[in-house]
Design a binder for this molecule. Structure first.
Ligand SMILES: Cc1cc2nc3c(=O)[nH]c(=O)nc-3n(C[C@H](O)[C@H](O)[C@H](O)COP(=O)(O)OP(=O)(O)OC[C@H]3O[C@@H](n4cnc5c(N)ncnc54)[C@H](O)[C@@H]3O)c2cc1C
Length: 318
């Protein structure tokens, strides 16, 4: 990633808000805060979740944009309002001087009155050999992100969790050739009947590996039977990247599909002064919604800081 918009921090730089994570959520918050003349630093370790994909969809005005181009545009927009962008990673965090002190992997230190966690989530793929190789291209998870691109093609859904039937039915909107591999034997008779009624084939058996060859995929079962498809669909376990939150005393909330940081509508968490936006607080958020949460958090943080400033001004007058 280009450092062209990166500014250097002094030994310990002070900001109104330190945004940890520079994806859709963090960069949107930085724009909102910058437009209210807040001093903002965005610290980002460049692992935006959708980088393995060629393009981002369901994004009004930016439909089909390459994820790296979207990040570059967002960085440029945030920098245009004065946000400082650091290509770095927050490795330690604690309370200091009424706010927070962050230690970065490079050795730099940052202090801020508030923290916004926009650190996204980690997708844990099922433990099946070969899946990682095609992730984001021929190994898919989301019908809204990738479904239209594989319409009319052969889709194999590997059932490893509670979303498998849902995924099969949604991808079934887009093609008549969906096969579910009941890998973890999770489909009961009622689920099988629903899939059958919608024309979805179900194969019982454990998938031993997935061979990705160019734009084709082969699912190989433990009995060595082989199924050629154009894409496979899996569910991932989705875990909020919450290391910094834990360092500040926060706890993640368990979810049937992983874990997230609980927050109110604006993004305020249970840890005073710490806010959250994007996938880290909503596992289902796509790019547009993550950006929207960033705007809300930016607005909430600005109002919260104004409230502090009002209290300080009142105490001086009294
Ligand atoms: C393969 C795939 C394809 C997708 N396609 C689409 C699509 O077409 N359309 C769509 O709307 N959505 C899509 N999504 C979902 C989309 O990726 C997310 O909605 C979006 O990335 C969430 O934005 P975010 O800002 O919350 O997190 P992210 O974009 O994941 O950004 C989080 C950032 O925080 C950084 N970070 C984490 N911890 C630290 C730390 N300690 N210090 C510094 N930086 C840190 C990470 O490096 C990362 O850059 C897709 C997801 C996947 C997996």
């Amino acid at each position: 990633m280009s450092n062209s918009t990166q500014n250097s921090p002094s030994d310990t730089a002070h900001y109104d808000v330190a945004v940890v994570g520079g994806g859709a959520a963090g960069l949107s918050a930085a724009v909102t805060l910058g437009r209210s003349l807040r001093s903002v630093v965005v610290i980002d370790s460049a692992q935006q979740r959708n980088l393995p994909a060629d393009s981002a969809h369901n994004l009004l005005g930016r439909e089909g944009i390459a994820p790296s181009d979207l990040v570059a545009a967002g960085r440029s927009e945030a920098a245009s309002y004065g946000a400082v962008l650091l290509d770095d990673e927050v490795t330690d965090a604690h309370r200091a001087d009424g706010g927070f002190a962050l230690q970065l992997a490079s050795g730099a230190r940052v202090q801020a009155r508030r923290i916004l966690l926009a650190t996204g989530l980690v997708d844990e793929l099922p433990e099946i050999e070969g899946l990682a190789q095609g992730w984001g291209s021929t190994v898919l998870h989301c019908p809204y992100c990738h479904g239209w691109e594989v319409r009319g093609q052969r889709i194999g859904v590997i059932a490893t969790g509670p979303m498998a039937e849902h995924q099969a039915l949604l991808f079934g909107r887009l093609t008549d050739a969906v096969t579910v591999f009941d890998h973890s034997a999770i489909l009961d008779d009622a689920a099988r009947a629903r899939l059958y009624a919608m024309g979805v084939a179900v194969v019982s058996g454990t998938v031993a590996q997935v061979d990705v060859e160019g734009d084709r995929v082969r699912a190989v079962l433990v009995d060595d039977s082989r199924y050629e498809v154009d894409a496979v669909v899996v569910g991932t376990a989705m875990h909020a990247r919450a290391d910094v939150y834990r360092l500040l005393g926060g706890e993640v909330t368990p979810h049937p599909m992983g874990s997230f940081i609980d927050a109110d509508q604006m993004g305020r968490t249970a840890v005073d002064g710490v806010w959250a936006a994007g996938n880290v607080r909503d596992l289902s958020a796509m790019v547009g919604m993550s950006a929207g949460m960033g705007v809300f958090a930016g607005a909430g943080l600005n109002a919260d800081l104004v409230a502090d400033e009002v209290a300080a001004a009142m105490s001086v007058r009294s």
